[in-house]
Design a protein around this ligand. Structure first.
Ligand SMILES: *Cc1c(COP(=O)(O)O)cnc(C)c1O
Length: 375
């Protein structure tokens, strides 16, 4: 029998679900220029200090590739729980926090439901909402930061999940504890509040937003963390989430059964034990971010402005003659990739990861030269 003999229906190709067809795939940070020249990546908020040496050694020591990893990441969850004072039964690990953000939307929202987040939020929230057939609802920001009232006003009886990142990406803005508590208190109890703390370790410990306390005490708060940012393990893809047992149970039902690799679990455990590396990374970031922001503020008369950041990147606004697109090209010419986000409604901005002192000095000088040249 030939294939011609098989009855084919009129529509012979699989049809994507309309809500999947509406998704714009995630655009990762660039690592090369338009002509293919490799660039130093200050476009993905990776740690310029690299990774803890102890974590790298533990990762290299994970020699068994033939057997499946621990499906429940038991030791990793217990190390996370010990560091943060959380019962490991209330923790679920993921293939990066991206997996967990998607699972949170999928477990609690579906077609006909709404998923809310702020404009200039993390682009994964839009994908997570659409992926499960829910409708994304975007609340207006307040000067690039989260506007609690606007976010609450976007909530309708159809809202099932609200995503906030604190600090937020791509803006770097931070919601203080009082705002987060007010957001949680005012949200209906049957709406899941997901607090994405990918950059929380960069915040001074004295300014903690209290999200983990909410996750420990409320029935409707899920907090996510990642090893991709301050821990310098983006390549190993490890995230974790904590919340009420019913929330953790929901995510455990639908996560990948072996979703954290053996080497990732080993690296994560060792990274948690090396808090000196975390502290050094936070200190480095604060010093270089402050210096870079001062350099941008000195260009205020050229229309450059830095959105206040508590994260490991700065969103620089170009409101004068020098455009963000031209600045991005100029920065690429001196060898660096930064993030221009016109597709996220930010054609006038560049998100620049805080790199080494030398890298930030190069970029600040280049911006000054360009701003002065287009005067
Ligand atoms: C980088 C980032 C993450 C982390 O994603 P992983 O999948 O854990 O690498 C999560 N949320 C936000 C807002 C981020 O910027």
């Amino acid at each position: 029998m030939t294939y011609d003999a098989i009855d084919t229906p009129a529509t012979s190709a699989p049809t994507m679900k309309p809500w999947i067809a509406a998704i714009h795939a995630y655009v990762p940070g660039k690592s090369q220029s338009a002509d293919g020249t490799p660039l130093i990546k200050l476009s993905a908020n990776e740690n310029p200090l690299g990774t803890s040496a102890a974590a790298l050694a533990a990762r290299a020591g994970a020699l068994d590739a033939a057997t499946y990893p621990d499906p429940d990441s038991v030791e990793l969850r217990s190390a996370i729980g010990a560091l943060h004072g959380i019962d490991p039964a209330r923790i679920v690990c993921g293939t990066g926090s991206d997996e967990l953000l998607n699972l949170a939307a999928q477990a609690f929202a579906g077609p006909g439901d709404e998923v809310a987040y702020v404009r200039y939020g993390f682009s994964v929230y839009d994908i997570a909402a659409r992926r499960c057939g829910a409708t994304p609802v975007v609340a207006p920001d307040r000067d690039f930061g989260t506007d609690v009232d606007a976010l609450l006003a976007s909530v309708t009886p159809a809202t099932r999940v609200v995503f906030v990142a604190n600090p937020n990406n791509p803006t770097g803005t931070f919601m203080p504890r009082a705002d987060l508590v007010r957001l949680h208190c005012t949200l209906p109890a049957d709406v899941l509040l997901v607090i994405d703390r990918a950059y929380a370790e960069y915040v001074d410990p004295g300014d903690d937003d209290g999200a983990l306390e909410l996750a420990a005490n409320a029935e409707n708060v899920l907090v996510t963390h990642t090893f991709s940012k301050i821990y310098g393990l983006a390549g190993e893809r490890i995230g974790w989430a904590t919340g009420a047992p019913s929330l953790v149970d929901a995510l455990n039902r639908i996560r990948g059964p072996f979703n954290v690799t053996t080497s990732a679990q080993a690296a994560g455990i060792a990274a948690l034990a090396d808090q000196a590396f975390v502290t050094a990374s936070r200190t480095h970031n604060r010093t270089e971010r402050t210096r870079f922001v001062e350099a941008i503020e000195a260009l205020g008369n050229h229309g450059l402005r830095a959105v206040p950041s508590e994260a490991n990147f700065v969103l620089v606004l170009f409101e004068g003659a020098l455009t963000a697109a031209a600045a991005s090209d100029g920065i690429a010419r001196i060898g660096y990739a930064v993030r221009h986000l016109p597709s996220q409604g930010l054609p006038q901005a560049l998100r620049i990861t805080v790199g080494t002192a030398e890298q930030m000095g190069h970029i600040a000088s280049a911006l000054r030269a360009m701003a002065e040249a287009v005067r």
